[in-house]
Write a protein that binds this ligand. Sequence first.
Ligand SMILES: Nc1ncnc2c1ncn2[C@@H]1O[C@H](COP(=O)(O)OP(=O)(O)OP(=O)(O)O)[C@@H](O)[C@H]1O
Ligand SMILES: [Mg+2]
Length: 349
Amino acid sequence: MFVPLIGISENIKRIKELIEHIADTGLNVVIAGESGVGKEVVAQNLYNSSRRKNKPFVKVNCAALPEGLLESELFGFERGAFTGAARKKRGKFELANEGVLFLDEIGDMSFPLQSKLLHVLQSGEFAPLGSEKEVKTDAWVIAATNQELEEHVKKGLFREDLYYRLNIIKIFIPPLRKRPEDIPPLLDYYINKYAEQFDSKQLIKPDSEAMRMLLSYHWPGNVRELQNVLKSCMVIGNWEEVIQGLSTKTQPVSGSISTQLAIEGASVVEDLLNFEGENSPHHASFSLKKIKRKALDRVEREVISHVLDKTGWNRSKATKILKISYKTLLYKISDLNIKPPADISSKKS
Ligand SMILES: Nc1ncnc2c1ncn2[C@@H]1O[C@H](COP(=O)(O)OP(=O)(O)OP(=O)(O)O)[C@@H](O)[C@H]1O
Ligand SMILES: [Mg+2]
């Protein structure tokens, strides 16, 4: 089912413009981004904006099938091509002729298949398994990946020549947490859609407090997670409980740290500007360098304390979240004079 690309962020606006520009060029496109950001939505929008929209849109997930099956899925086979090939089967390249072939999770395609794909892209022809005769195809190849294809190339896992062939146009969709301004229009769109689809009267718009939490949440599952949150809200019937559930999900600490940091950052500046002692702006020893040091210490202290509290002072866990070494953590705890709560001060991790 076609879904319009919803969003008002600069990134989404730019992607919408790009879609209009390239829809009829037939240039190969790679769409990149984390899981759930909308790669398939962009592929469908490209197709829908092009002259090919009345032709087939064929999707193949390259990660879902083992190499042999993926090969026969893409290129088809002749009767008797291998044991069990009782009938001829047309491949997706042929089925997508004049339309779009959407190759999802392209980064997972094996090396030998990558060579075959490169051949089709170069010549516009391919031979089904068990056939000598090449078949022509005019499928527009749009690929998607949630991996760093460039890294795959560097590691020798992805053919460089195929990378350049495919990657003529690259569309990167940033994660939802980097474009929170898209959250309200997405909520509006899906609240209306689900109200129609499920005939639900339950779904209510988030109030300003709930919206504040939704805007600062980390959204590791991106728009797909936002849809799931809305669906839970339909069942549970109130935002408060749904939001409480959010903060205990996969990335609770980093999710709440960003809010914490913003609040802390603001209060540090306020405190330091109001400080009427040796660091007062009117005092001779007032120095921006000192202020910066003080502010940094204070923010670092708050973040480390917060993570330690959340992990129950499990220092190993804390180092992973903070991405610092164990030694650095111990040094910071002592340097910044961070004290554990009395009940766990005796425990070690
Ligand atoms: N900008 C958007 N506007 C409207 N719906 C969106 C948008 N982005 C994502 N969605 C919806 O979110 C869900 C996930 O999007 P999609 O399947 O396109 O993500 P994806 O990047 O292909 O994820 P994956 O890597 O897991 O395959 C879909 O139901 C899609 O309709
Ligand atoms: Mg997808």
